[in-house]
Design a protein around this ligand. Sequence first.
Ligand SMILES: O=P(O)(O)OC[C@H]1O[C@H](OP(=O)(O)OP(=O)(O)O)[C@H](O)[C@@H]1O
Ligand SMILES: O=C(O)c1cc(=O)[nH]c(=O)[nH]1
Length: 220
Amino acid sequence: MARLLLEAGAVQVSHDRPFVLAAGWASPVYVDCRRLLGMPHLRAGAIALALDYLRQRFGAAPPFDAVAGGETAGIPWASWIADRLGLPLLYVRKRPLGIGRHAQVEGGAPEGSRVLLVDDLATDAASKVAFAQGLRTAGMRLSDALVLFHNRAFPGWDARLEHLGLSLHALASWDDVLRPEAGETLLSPADRDVIERFLRDPAGWSADHGGRRAPMTPPR
Ligand SMILES: O=P(O)(O)OC[C@H]1O[C@H](OP(=O)(O)OP(=O)(O)O)[C@H](O)[C@@H]1O
Ligand SMILES: O=C(O)c1cc(=O)[nH]c(=O)[nH]1
């Protein structure tokens, strides 16, 4: 998976202005999994890896009745995975729509369905809290989530997932991206150096560059 992300140019390093992430962390690197959407051969590789992972982890018939995509970037991946597994598809908004049915969850699956939540990425899992609450409020059973990439750099994600009772499965993380086999020539030495220096103290890097210093507490 790391190689696919590198080939897609999804690992984007800024040498001047930091990226600000959804939870308010500042980071010199942004993993834009959305790049894969426009590259059919790479995205097919990512879908195949997701299906292989699910089969290896859960067996030939993964124990889910439906697949739910997290708004926005999780929805295409959930769609392809649901299609390949022959399962119903749902999608879950970050918050209820506020008009019409005020729905947060859309699509079809009976109440009590065991749902696999799919998103492109996780950082500190704050979005997963919103998605999990939405799905559970809609009567779905949720214990597992799958992402293409987990940016485990910042503190707080593990406590948040434990609080939520959610197992997060990731196809890649920083160790995989930095491993030479992922594609030594696909990451310039300068970019690699920026990422390695950032990973020594991500929260400190964030605080020094105008971002959050510590995770949100209590976990939510
Ligand atoms: O909060 P976490 O669980 O750690 O995950 C990080 C979230 O950030 C991105 O979404 P973002 O809201 O930036 O954009 P999107 O609407 O394109 O999905 C990504 O798709 C994850 O949903
Ligand atoms: O946490 C985020 O907002 C985030 C981080 C990242 O590397 N990529 C992304 O799409 N979102």
